[in-house]
Design a protein around this ligand. Structure first.
Ligand code: BGC
Length: 272
């Protein structure tokens, strides 16, 4: 478990989709570093309140703000930022994390399943990045809190590079996110924006519960992970807080794979 480190004091961080799963762990991890945390939820209000409650129990707990928002809607994302800025003055770190899966073989995929996944997993990332960039540039540098003008940490997936038949909407969104993140870095690094992605592998959350809550499913997925265990949300939380801090200042335009080696294609160990 991560110890309080206070690398993000006097900063404010929005984490979308932080009422459960990876987002909840990231929110708690960022709070341990001393940043004010905006917990965003789509429908799980109780989950968001539970995350805020857990943060409040920590010693010297930072402030939290719970905001409902559908990240695929421009007016709601604008409002998420407006409410955050009116409470905390600015946004220093934005972690667009919301993600959904609607799985179908491609020849059977309804347009609605394609569209919803692209809307949340790619357009939602664009809308959050756009608002965050506008706020970073409006506010300008605050050298007393960070060496960067602002930090964007997109939560991607190993499927930004690993093709995924049966989940092509998801893989297409994540592949697009790779280019979005790199284009932001290329365009805004001169203004001292840091923009990176974290690409989790198979992390135990509700999104993939059908894979890990039965013996055969778990055995199958473990064959894909050289490190021989599935990840847990805190594996991602601790990396996110480091990536948000000045300790990683020179990391920019990079995807950090946090996947126990999944992207080293273990199927090739004795094949090919
Ligand atoms: C997906 C999970 C999957 C993992 C590895 C993630 O991005 O959301 O369902 O287990 O990638 O395939």
């Amino acid at each position: 478990m991560q110890k309080p480190n206070k690398r993000l004091e006097n900063q404010t961080c929005i984490i979308t989709g932080s009422s459960s799963g990876l987002g909840a762990s990231i929110a708690k991890s960022i709070a341990k570093e001393g940043a004010n945390v905006v917990i965003n939820y789509h429908s799980d209000k109780e989950g968001a309140e539970e995350v805020a409650h857990e943060i409040s129990k920590q010693s010297n707990a930072p402030e939290t703000l719970i905001i409902k928002c559908d990240v695929s809607k421009e007016d709601e994302v604008k409002d998420l930022f407006k409410q955050t800025i009116s409470k905390f003055g600015t946004v220093d770190i934005c972690i667009p994390n919301s993600g959904i899966q609607k799985d179908y073989p491609l020849h059977e995929m309804p347009l609605s399943a394609w569209q919803q996944v692209i809307d949340v997993n790619l357009t939602g990332q664009f809308l959050c990045a756009k608002e965050a960039l506008n706020e970073f540039l409006r506010r300008g540098m605050r050298p007393e809190v960070s060496k960067s003008i602002g930090k964007l940490i997109h939560i991607s997936s190993v499927h930004e590079i690993i093709p995924w038949a049966g989940h092509a909407n998801y893989a297409a969104a994540k592949g697009g996110l790779k280019m979005l993140m790199e284009s932001i870095c290329q365009g805004y690094a001169p203004q001292k924006v840091r923009c990176n992605s974290i690409a989790p592998g198979a992390i135990k959350t509700d999104i993939n519960k059908d894979v890990w809550d039965n013996k055969e499913g778990l055995e199958k997925v473990l064959k894909l992970i050289p490190y021989d265990r599935m990840g847990v949300p805190d594996d991602i939380g601790s990396v996110a807080s480091w990536l948000a801090s000045d300790e990683s200042e020179y990391v920019n335009g990079t995807t950090l794979f946090v996947d126990g080696g999944m992207t080293c294609y273990p199927g090739f160990t004795e094949n090919g």
